[in-house]
Design a protein around this ligand. Sequence first.
Ligand SMILES: [Zn+2]
Length: 136
Amino acid sequence: MDVLTPEQRRKTMAAVKSRDTKPELTVRRLLHAAGYRFRLHRKDLPGKPDIVLPKFRTVVFVHGCFWHQHVSCKAAARPTSKQDYWQAKLDRNIERDIANQNKLLELGWKVLVLWECEIKSPDAILKRVEEVCSLV
Ligand SMILES: [Zn+2]
């Protein structure tokens, strides 16, 4: 159900940045500095993963806590207005993420999700990437 006026929709969509977000750039810079080579937003893969590490058959999603509903995260609190609209929209996002991740796993990719609120400690990010990449 969608009850937004065109003007509200325009504003909502303008606020959505699915590509080249700041947390994503931070992760890219980190990985690049650590010597990883990657591709971006490969359209031939489910969910167009933000970062693709072909050598390690690993994909990385850098997810915004609100849009992708980070569990138990303050930043994922659902709006108290237009609850039906937001519930439907955010539930759809979650379902889409799960479906895409399952497809990637079926295709033999390893999947790492980094949440926006976690993009603070470079060491922690690199450690998680290394862990996933080293999985066989
Ligand atoms: Zn979060």
